[in-house]
Structure formats: structure tokens, C-alpha cells
Design a protein around this ligand. Structure first.
Ligand SMILES: Cc1cc2nc3c(=O)[nH]c(=O)nc-3n(C[C@H](O)[C@H](O)[C@H](O)COP(=O)(O)O)c2cc1C
Length: 210
């Protein structure tokens, strides 16, 4: 029985295009793999630990090879809890809107909490950085108001997929499957509905092979 973590980074509920495709993906996956368990992490309804003060110092202590002080250790426990929860899954699903050409702040906050040295990546002077989350597939459903795909001339503005996939590869992911719903605004509601329907069909197809 595999455990899947479904991370929602859109707060738009039933209005969200990234969630519509990811929900379809999850439903299709569950239909095919009824014994597997999907746990939802709705980032806009989750209280993440603040990443400042002693928690931040604790990160620098790890990077400097120093022991945590009493205060750092206490602050670090909350961070460790989120990391351990993330790492306990076998497969991952993300629903991610484009916000200001990048990802929503709640997802960036989550990334800043979980991407930690010695948990998600290691460093050595001879080997450089090594990702520690290996052998796990990830499916990402993106939505964008405009269009940024190949041939649009706006490819360079896409810091959403480029950033998210960069950080996922940095921590060890190699099997990254993506589905883009775009544009959801730029060409009006009719085009948006068409793009949504296309993504929903594609999500079902992709779930069958996940
Ligand atoms: C705060 C905010 C910033 C946005 N910035 C961009 C942007 O830079 N480029 C773009 O194409 N669309 C942008 N949009 C539009 C969203 O990408 C679009 O509505 C998309 O469908 C959101 O995903 P969702 O439907 O899954 O919530 C923005 C929307 C919001 C709320």
C-alpha cells in the first residue's frame, strides 16, 4: 500500500484550475489503486511553523556542523515534524497556481521549512550537493492566467515550473510529471473551460501510469 501526499497550493477551491486537474488525477488514481492512501495537505488551511529566530539559527548550526543550543533544538522540533511528515510519503501530487510568475507564498513558505541540509540534501566539498529524497514520483498540476509554453514567446517569464522543478530536482526527485492548464484568464472563459476539459482528460490518462 503506497501513501500519497496531495499538496494544494491554490486557495480557490472549486474555482481553481490546478486543483480541478489534480483532483481528477487523485480520483482516477484512487479508482485504479483503491488500497493506496492519499493524504491532502491544503497549504492555505495549514499553520506552518514560522521560519525565523531560533529555527533559522538551527539551520545555520547544521550547515556549520555545530550542535543545536537548547532554544534552537526546541524551535527545530516544529520544523523536523513537517520534514518527517513530508518524507514519510511514497508519491507526491501538487496543485500549483502561477502567482506573479512564480509560486504562491504559502508553497514557498512550505519549501523554506522542509528543504533542510542533512534531511533533504547533503553537501560535501568533493561531491557537491546530493538530493536525499530519491525514488519517488511526483505529479504537478500547474495553472496560469496567461500562456508560457513553448512558442508563446513568454517562456522566460515562467519562474513557476522552473523554480518548483529546480528545487524538487535539488532535493532528489528525478521522476517529475507535469500537466499545465493555460491560459485560464488571458483568452476568456470559453478558452479557459476548453483548457480545463483538456487537462482533466490528460490528468486521467496520467494517473493510470503513476
Ligand atoms: C496573486 C495572483 C498573482 C497572479 N499572477 C499571475 C502571473 O504572474 N501570471 C499569470 O499568467 N497569471 C497570474 N495570475 C492568475 C492565475 O495564475 C490564474 O488565475 C490561475 O488559474 C490560478 O490557478 P488556480 O486556478 O489553480 O487557482 C495570478 C493570480 C493571483 C491571484
Amino acid at each position: 500500500m503506497a501513501k500519497l501526499l496531495y499538496i494544494k497550493a491554490s486557495p480557490r477551491g472549486r474555482h481553481s484550475y490546478s486543483v480541478a486537474a489534480a483532483d481528477t488525477f487523485v480520483r482516477a488514481y484512487k479508482a485504479k489503486n483503491p488500497d493506496d492512501r492519499v493524504v491532502e495537505l491544503d497549504l492555505f488551511n495549514t499553520k506552518l511553523p514560522k521560519f525565523d529566530g531560533f529555527a533559522l539559527q538551527a539551520k545555520y548550526s547544521i550547515m556549520g556542523g555545530q550542535q543545536h543550543t537548547h532554544d534552537e533544538k526546541a524551535a527545530w522540533e516544529a520544523v523536523e515534524k513537517v520534514i518527517n511528515e513530508f518524507k514519510s510519503f511514497d508519491k507526491y501530487i501538487f496543485a500549483v497556481p502561477m502567482w506573479n510568475f512564480s509560486i504562491p507564498y504559502q508553497l514557498k513558505h512550505y519549501i523554506d521549512v522542509i528543504v533542510q541540509p542533512s534531511y533533504m540534501f547533503s553537501f560535501s566539498p568533493d561531491k557537491g550537493y546530493t538530493g536525499l529524497v530519491t525514488g519517488k514520483p511526483v505529479f504537478i498540476s500547474y495553472a496560469r492566467g496567461g500562456a508560457y509554453g513553448p512558442g508563446t514567446g513568454a517562456e522566460a517569464y515562467d519562474f513557476q515550473s522552473r523554480y518548483l522543478e529546480h528545487i524538487l530536482r535539488f532535493i532528489g526527485f528525478t521522476d517529475i510529471r507535469t500537466l499545465i492548464t493555460e491560459p485560464t484568464l488571458q483568452q476568456g472563459p470559453e478558452a479557459a473551460e476548453k483548457n480545463k476539459s483538456r487537462s482533466i482528460l490528460k490528468a486521467e490518462e496520467m494517473a493510470a501510469k503513476f
